[in-house]
Write a protein that binds this ligand. Structure first.
Ligand SMILES: Nc1ncnc2c1ncn2[C@@H]1O[C@H](COP(=O)(O)OP(=O)(O)OP(=O)(O)O)[C@@H](O)[C@H]1O
Ligand SMILES: [Mg+2]
Length: 333
């Protein structure tokens, strides 16, 4: 019988990652002590380590903070100054409101380091993974409230560039697609291209808000308040796009029956979300439907290791296409 060698490989990959985190932590710790000797920022854990940035927890004068180090030399300056500007803008927009954003503490454009306040709470993504412990509907309403408060109703309308969108679409192809899914992905691309072209030059609603409005970047405090994190810019986002980002990522790990879903999204929660008015009614069957497809495709393109994960993503694409073919409508109250 052939020998199975994979467990060894898994262990060594984990070790490499651990080692990488340790080196990054030591390196950034040294930079912090040299850049701000009086502040004596002490790093604790690595929360997340990606090629673009590493996120650490730390302490500065007894106060808990989050330290984010951007690795890309080109991006550094913009990320740091952008973060400071964006956090001050959001602080202003949310003044007097129960919802908020994390606070800016220190930043070094040269090093690409940002220090912000540590916020207690659990990410909305994690809370939603324990359905019995929270009122999911209430939580979705809180997130919508955060979004609406952040925009302060400052909506603008801009013509949608279908050709630019087709270009973005072309880039969305998984680096290593499962050969069984080739047909499915071609069909999704074709459906989205058709939709993008049909929407060309139509008016699209935009408002200034979080560039990545999703459960992983929203923390729930004391079951009643949302604090948004991971903000490096205020973007005049397409509201239908932000809504699709939030909803597709919320439902990414659940399987829903076709009669209880709309384009792969859980119907009951989708209706609650849409009641918030974030998405203009005229965009639900047009731009929103398009962006739900785009984020379903993006979700498929993200690297994944588990078989179940891949099956779920495949199911989402199928659900989207099935509803697309039927031009399934959404009955709202
Ligand atoms: N100010 C904060 N207070 C508490 N936790 C935070 C804070 N900022 C970030 N985090 C935690 O660290 C995680 C990663 O941080 P962040 O979102 O900034 O990094 P990222 O690389 O953009 O991650 P992702 O791509 O998953 O959004 C967040 O999901 C959150 O759990
Ligand atoms: Mg984030």
């Amino acid at each position: 019988m052939a020998k199975i060698a994979w467990p060894k490989k898994v262990v060594s990959a984990r070790r490499i990652l651990k080692l990488r985190k340790r080196i990054e932590r030591k390196f950034v710790q040294l930079q912090l002590l040299l850049r701000w000797p009086r502040e004596k920022i002490i790093l604790d854990k690595v929360l997340q380590s990606k090629s673009a940035a590493t996120v650490f927890t730390g302490v500065i004068g007894g106060r808990e903070v989050i330290v984010k180090k951007f690795w890309d030399r080109e991006l550094r300056k913009h990320e740091v100054s952008g973060t400071q500007k964006a956090l001050s803008q959001f602080k202003h927009a949310l003044r007097g409101h129960r919802h908020s954003v994390n606070k800016f503490v220190l930043g070094s454009p040269k090093l690409g380091v940002i220090v912000v306040s540590y916020e207690n709470g659990e990410t909305v993504e994690d809370v939603l993974k324990q359905p019995k412990q929270v009122g999911r509907i209430d939580l979705i309403r809180l997130c919508c409230e955060w979004f609406n408060a952040s925009t302060q109703g400052r909506q603008t309308f801009e013509r949608f560039d279908g050709r630019k969108m087709s270009k973005e679409l072309k880039k969305r192809w998984p680096s290593n697609p499962n050969p069984d899914d080739h047909k499915l992905l071609v069909a999704l691309h074709a459906a989205l291209k058709e939709l993008a072209q049909s929407l060309d030059q139509q008016k699209l609603c935009r408002a200034p808000s979080h560039p990545d409005f999703a459960g992983r970047n929203l923390l729930l405090q004391e079951s009643k308040r949302i604090v948004a994190v991971d903000i490096h810019r205020v973007v005049n986002v397409a509201v239908s796009r932000s809504a699709a980002n939030f909803l597709v990522s919320k439902d990414s790990s659940i399987q829903v029956r076709s009669d209880k879903s709309w384009y792969g999204l859980r119907l009951d929660e989708l209706k609650v979300f849409l009641e918030s008015g974030i998405v203009p009614k005229s965009e639900i069957g047009t731009f929103f439907r398009y962006f739900v497809g785009l984020y379903t495709l993006r979700l498929y393109c993200h690297a994944i290791s588990s078989r179940r994960g891949l099956q779920l993503r495949r199911q989402k694409v199928k659900a989207y296409l099935a509803d697309f073919e039927q031009e399934k409508q959404l009955a709202l109250m």
